[in-house]
Design a protein around this ligand. Structure first.
Ligand code: ATP
Ligand code: MG
Length: 195
């Protein structure tokens, strides 16, 4: 599951958990982006986003976090994420019989045809689009069988709303895991944020 995770919130965690259950996944790897190519605001340092993602997922044995995108220079493209994860996995597992899924919310799925090398993405992973309040879960017009769309319990939480709330001094309790809100407070993240 790719994302900026700026910060990670319970919407991300519910999506990952629900898809893991539906597809009987052994693990879900969260990959916080490097420089998000489609986002214009100055993003929080990768190290903060990575560590908040680790804190949020630490207690779940199905979840892990990868640094592949944070550690790669330049903008993050999903096709590179998949390629790097898959070659690292193949180096450790012989024979490599893994099946790969890429989890994304309805809003991000709608953009997929605009993503860098959509054919490369489709070759490497089955796409799973999950419902997200405020966004229509429409078929993105991809070839038959490359994407499965599923309904998940609705949580109208977004990272942008969390950043705005922090900047306005509003509570973010229960929108993000407690360790994440503590990290935000401890490091003064989003204090002057206006996005
Ligand atoms: P921002 O508001 O900064 O765009 P975000 O909340 O959309 O942040 P991202 O890091 O952009 O979070 O999202 C990563 C992935 O998680 C995307 O595929 C997105 O669609 C999905 N996602 C985010 N929030 C939810 C949610 N509440 N329910 C379902 N999917 C979500
Ligand atoms: Mg988003």
């Amino acid at each position: 599951m790719g994302g900026t995770f700026d910060p990670i919130h319970h919407g991300h965690l519910v999506a990952a958990s629900e898809v893991a259950h539906r597809f009987d996944l052994q693990r879900v790897i969260f990959t916080p982006t490097g420089i998000p190519w489609h986002k214009t605001r100055t993003t929080t340092p990768g190290e903060d986003r990575y560590l908040m993602t680790v804190i949020a997922t630490a207690a779940d044995t199905r979840f892990e976090v990868s640094r592949v995108d944070i550690d790669r220079d330049g903008p993050t493209y999903t096709v590179d994420t998949l390629r790097d994860l898959q070659s690292a996995f193949a180096a450790e597992h012989a024979p490599d019989t893994a099946e790969w899924f890429f989890i994304t919310g309805a809003d991000a799925l709608a953009d997929i045809v605009g993503w860098h090398d959509p054919d490369g993405i489709i070759e490497r992973a089955h796409l799973v689009g999950v419902t997200r309040p405020g966004h229509q879960l429409t078929d993105p017009g991809l070839p038959e069988g490359v994407v499965t769309m599923i309904e998940i319990p609705a949580l109208a939480i977004s990272s942008s709303d969390i950043r705005t709330r922090v900047a306005a001094g509003k509570p973010i309790d229960y929108l993000v895991p407690e360790g994440v809100s503590r990290w935000i407070r401890k490091h003064g993240l989003y204090a002057g944020d206006n996005s």
